[in-house]
Write a protein that binds this ligand. Structure first.
Ligand SMILES: Nc1nc2c(ncn2[C@@H]2O[C@H](COP(=O)(O)OP(=O)(O)OP(=O)(O)O)[C@@H](O)[C@H]2O)c(=O)[nH]1
Ligand SMILES: [Mg+2]
Length: 685
């Protein structure tokens, strides 16, 4: 029997907190696999995956980058993701198309806030992971502490399969506890041949191997059987049990190394092949049928002979043209094929198909299920679109898009072509669904909204650099919400138009009450008895209420955190309709909200600031001035990590402020935590 070539494919993501070393790990993977012949550095702006000029200037990853390489007879399609929270949407879209991931941790800091967030994101997508504890060369690096923080904060059992040889600047290699051999690297970072475990580490290695066997036996029934029968586990059983546990998410295999010093990369690649799934090992993708509009759910297996279906997860305008990155879930596409954009409902033609590599993209004649490729020639497909065979239409669930929280008004400088500015903004939004462009109905200004200050700064800079357009940017504003502080009951609303012709009649009685936690969405119930309002009209009332949530009475902000109950109502034989009840729901709730005690909510984030111990006082004072509430503070190896919750509106300009307060030695990250009541009256607009 021929083995399916798909079994030798790994669609792999690299995930982590900002600065953990994802891009450096990626760079070293490309070097180790012979894809590149020199090692690029983030700080020199010479890495493959931080290709954008802004990434190179800022030294951070902004855009997820996909690149392909080969290792031990397998193809690895690798996606390096950004760690900064403003670009979490790039991570979300990447996770949607990955089969497995490497979570990178800093050996000094362990699990950091954004690693927790991306870990949960990966949980939601069911993406199996292995962990790589990076920066083992740093002062204060400690594998055991990092493993303990994984156990504590991320929950699945972390299983260390290596023992470091040396520590900090003498970290030279690892003992592979599965195969019981030593792997070391030269000063230049070249791998030595595998050798027996050094005498001095033999006892410790045996003890850790034993602990690993016990932990695996406890989690894996097959391994338990062998363990009970023979009193130990063979390397082969260990490896196959680790593979099962990784895929089921019950355990996470932990490896370590130093990407910067080029140590630990080859065993990481071996672990990716050994433990993470191929496209054949993951469940078939689900979508809804889109042809005759019956919307039935369908499954598509990773089968090249099935009808074509793919998700466009990334769109990137480059010098090669407009590249659309596709994860192909089923079927085959060939150069020149016409496919159907099931999201926008229009045909598209595949110009060229590219295997994206570091140096030169390889042209392919065809690409099949399970693969990740880029295509040239698609004119309008947006990031998140489903492409499929025209005769087998299917819509895959699009990746979730987070709600933008920060907005700025943008306008062209004098002499800037407003038409070109509008089309540049539209292009940006096409590539990045978390950017929203709209016109403020009151001021007529163009407003750009996104995930944070940095996100918007990067977008505006792109317009300046790539489109050569001068733009003026207003002060950033946060997105407020409104919620119900005190409700009303028995609010009566009648929508009646019966002055000749076809009339409209709808009568509703509404109760409005707050949900327990602010910002917790919208619930609708019907408590109508005796069919006084028929079911179809109840649905129309609910739709109308949802319309009303778009603008609250305080300042026109979206309304959240409330429950509406339709308690009563009545209909008219001739003049009642869905439309009439939807209108009654909408204006009824609008008026009911005016009668409620409303509360203005502002977005709040958790800030984690890392500063030298001597700068802590100033940082705490500054956080207090920003209405921050400090929730924790720990000092380790001379650095203090302060966590605080701070209203997002108070954080504008914080990066600059922190830099100057700490002479550039302080860093911070943020994580959205929801909404909290704002102290001021309506800061409308
Ligand atoms: N000492 C040490 N430094 C490292 C190591 N790996 C990466 N770095 C450094 O850590 C910094 C951040 O590395 P990146 O690879 O850009 O980290 P990242 O996770 O891609 O960062 P973002 O994409 O911005 O989230 C750079 O200055 C690297 O040179 C390592 O193994 N040891
Ligand atoms: Mg990076």
């Amino acid at each position: 029997m021929r083995t399916n070539p798909l079994a030798a494919v790994r669609n792999l993501g690299i995930l982590a907190h900002v600065d953990a070393g994802k891009t450096t790990v990626t760079e070293r993977i490309l070097y180790a696999t012979g894809t590149t012949h020199k090692r690029g550095e983030v700080h020199d702006g010479t890495t493959v995956t931080d290709y954008d000029p802004q990434e190179r200037d800022r030294g951070i990853t902004i855009f997820a980058a996909a690149v392909s390489c080969a290792w031990d007879g397998h193809r690895i399609n690798l996606i390096d993701t950004p760690g900064h929270v403003d670009f979490a949407d790039e991570v979300e879209r990447s996770l949607r198309v990955l089969d497995g991931a490497v979570a990178v941790f800093d050996a000094v800091a362990g699990v950091e806030p954004q690693s927790e967030s991306v870990w949960r994101q990966a949980d939601r997508h069911g993406v199996p992971r292995i962990a790589f504890v990076n920066k083992m060369d740093r002062a204060g690096a400690d594998l055991d502490t990092a493993v303990a923080s994984v156990r504590e904060r991320l929950h699945p059992a972390p299983l260390a399969v290596q023992l470091p040889i040396g520590a900090e600047d003498t970290f030279t290699g690892v003992v592979d506890l599965v195969r019981m051999r030593a792997l070391t690297w030269t000063d230049a970072g070249e791998a030595d041949d595998a050798a027996p475990v050094p005498e001095a580490l033999r006892e410790e290695a045996a003890r850790r191997r034993r602990l690993l066997e016990e932990a695996v036996a406890e989690l894996h029934p097959g391994a338990l059987e062998e363990f009970c029968d023979t009193g130990s586990l063979s390397g082969a059983t260990l490896a196959s049990a680790l593979r099962d546990l990784t895929r089921s998410g019950d355990a996470v295999v932990v490896l370590c190394g130093s990407a910067y010093r080029n140590r630990g990369i080859e065993p990481l690649l071996d672990a990716v092949l050994a433990y993470l799934p191929s496209p054949l090992d993951v469940p078939p993708v689900r979508g809804t049928h889109d042809g005759d509009g019956d919307g039935a759910e369908q499954e598509r297996a990773a089968d090249p002979a099935a009808p074509f279906a793919a998700l466009a997860f990334k769109v990137n305008a480059t010098s090669t043209g407009r590249l659309t990155y596709l994860r192909i879930y089923s079927g085959t596409i060939e150069k020149g094929d016409t496919v159907w954009d099931a999201t926008a409902r229009r045909p598209e033609r595949i110009g060229r198909i590219l295997r994206v590599r570091a140096d030169r993209h390889a042209q392919l004649d065809r690409a099949v299920a399970g693969d990740i490729v880029a295509v040239v020639g698609l004119k309008s497909a947006r990031a998140g679109a489903t492409l499929c065979a025209p005769d087998a239409p299917l819509v895959l669930e699009p990746p979730g898009v987070a709600e933008p929280v920060v907005s700025v008004a943008v306008e062209g400088l004098k002499g800037t072509d407003t038409g070109r500015l509008a089309s540049a903004l539209a292009r940006l939004a096409e590539e990045d669904p978390s950017l929203v462009v709209r016109t403020d109905p009151e001021t007529g200004q163009t407003v750009l909204s996104g995930m944070g200050e940095l996100h918007l700064e990067v977008a505006v800079e792109k317009i300046r650099r790539e489109h050569g357009l001068g733009v003026n940017v207003g002060r950033p504003r946060v997105g407020y919400r409104e919620t119900v502080g005190g409700g009303v009951s028995g609010f009566v609303f009648r929508h009646v138009k019966q002055d000749g012709g076809a009339g409209q009649f709808a009568h509703v009685v509404l109760d409005v009450e707050p949900l327990r936690s602010p910002g917790s969405g919208f619930e609708f119930r019907s408590a109508v008895v005796g069919g006084r309002v028929p079911q179809e009209y109840v649905r129309a009332v609910e739709a109308g209420c949802r319309d009303a949530l778009a603008e609250g009475p305080l300042g026109g902000h979206p309304v959240t955190g409330l429950r509406v109950t339709l308690t009563d109502g009545s209909t008219h034989v001739k003049d009642s309709s869905d439309t009439a009840f939807r209108t009654a729901g909408r204006f009824g709730l609008r008026d009911a909200l005016r009668a409620c005690a409303m509360v203005l909510l502002e977005p709040v984030v958790e800030v984690t600031v890392t500063v030298p111990e001597d700068a802590v006082g100033g940082v705490l004072g500054d956080l207090a001035a920003r209405r921050g509430r400090v929730t924790g503070s720990v000092t380790r190896a001379g650095a203090t990590v302060v966590t605080a919750t701070v209203p997002l509106a108070e954080l504008f300009g914080y990066a600059t402020r922190l830099r100057s307060r700490t002479q550039g030695r302080g860093t911070f990250t943020t994580r959205p935590t929801g909404y909290a009541p704002a102290p001021v009256a309506s800061p409308a607009g």
